[in-house]
Ligand binder design. Structure first.
Ligand code: BGC
Length: 352
């Protein structure tokens, strides 16, 4: 299989004077992904439509200063813990850890300065880019020095693959993901509501008013959360279902149907009928957060040149379930010294 070509260029310096680079991976079909070392952010991802027309299908900002000024995790690597930890605390081996609360009472996406705001060390590897980051013991309240590696690679089957690994020197919790917002009609297209989505999940995890899972694994049958057959997103997000009301749309973790705990399985498929662009998401993770961009509120100027409004992009964040450290019934997110955390997600693009 031919490997993607890689080009590197400077993306400027952070406000603190740290140099940031941008890497461009390009395959034989002109699929092109741009990644910056700040936050490991995917700033742009161009894929062809059914006529071969390329468009960038992810939301972003225009400059490093824009990203540093703040944004809702556009395209970023999320860590040390993706999604929410209720009341910003958890117990591990009898000890309580207090985290940075940055979402009301909760800790969201790693805390105040999560992995999305760190400058990663980059190394070119065959067909891709390896990013590494050492999160120090106590950072954002988490125990253990966590050595994290994320490899982005692109092949000629139009698969963007993300391999995450991490090791620790003290027991800790880990839940890594990527927070890209997709719009298969193109960055800046008005809404994802016309997209069809299939989610390979019989169950999802309902939440309370703080968007913390109640612990229940509820059936999707007969609810707006039933995406087992492809359905238009509009149908789900305007329903009056109490869970949709809490999330202002869909902002929920789905329990991926799988027969074992480790293989790469199809979690979701997305399709945009006008362009014909499609994306399959495969993962080794047990869950996927389907977030319909409910909190995009017209205050953020995007790389499209326009403002991002509610539903202008959607996220499909492969993950362990939110709040797992406080939920004994959920698959564990504990990582012990001597173990290696491994997670793989593939975004496969096509058009029809
Ligand atoms: C969460 C949303 C949150 C968003 C932040 C998503 O992963 O599920 O609740 O608002 O990230 O942009």
């Amino acid at each position: 299989m031919k490997e993607a070509t890689i080009n590197k260029q400077s993306y400027g310096k952070t406000a603190n004077g740290v140099a940031v680079d941008e890497y461009t991976l390009t395959n034989a079909n002109q699929v092109e992904v741009k990644i910056i070392t700040y936050g490991g952010i995917i700033t742009s991802l161009s894929v062809p439509d059914r006529k071969g027309q390329l468009a960038n299908v992810v939301l972003g900002r225009s400059t490093l200063a824009d990203y540093e000024a703040g944004h809702p995790y556009l395209g970023a690597i999320i860590g040390r813990f993706g999604n929410r930890i209720g009341k910003a605390r958890f117990k591990l081996n009898g000890q309580e850890y207090t985290l940075a609360a940055n979402d009301g009472p909760n800790s969201l996406h790693g805390g105040r300065k999560g992995f999305d705001k760190q400058v990663w060390t980059a190394k070119e590897v065959p067909g891709g880019l390896e990013l590494s980051y050492l999160s120090r013991d106590g950072e954002e309240g988490y125990p253990g020095n966590l050595a994290t590696r994320v490899v982005y690679s692109l092949n000629d089957q139009n698969e963007l693959r993300i391999d995450y690994t991490a090791t620790t020197d003290r027991p800790t919790v880990v839940n890594l993901t990527n927070h890209s917002y997709f719009n298969l009609a193109g960055n800046g297209a008005p809404s994802i509501e016309n997209h069809l989505i299939m989610i390979n999940a019989d169950r999802y995890t309902p939440v309370d008013q703080n968007l913390i899972p109640t612990g229940e694994l509820a059936s999707v049958a007969g609810t707006p959360f039933d995406f087992r057959l492809p359905r238009q997103i509009a149908a789900g997000i305007r329903s009056g279902h109490p869970q949709v009301v809490l999330g202002r749309g869909i902002d929920h973790n789905f329990v991926i149907n799988r027969t074992d705990n480790t293989s790469l399985v199809l979690a979701a498929s997305l399709y945009e009928p006008n362009s014909g662009r499609a994306m399959d998401v495969l993962t080794t993770e047990p869950g996927i957060q389907f977030y319909t961009g409910n909190f995009l509120d017209g205050t953020l100027l995007g790389s499209s040149g326009g403002l991002y409004r509610q539903g202008d992009g959607l996220c499909l964040e492969t993950q362990h379930f939110p709040d797992s450290p406080n939920q004994p019934g959920f698959p564990t997110t504990v990582l012990n010294p001597g173990e290696t955390y491994r997670s793989t997600t593939v975004f496969k693009f096509s058009a029809r």
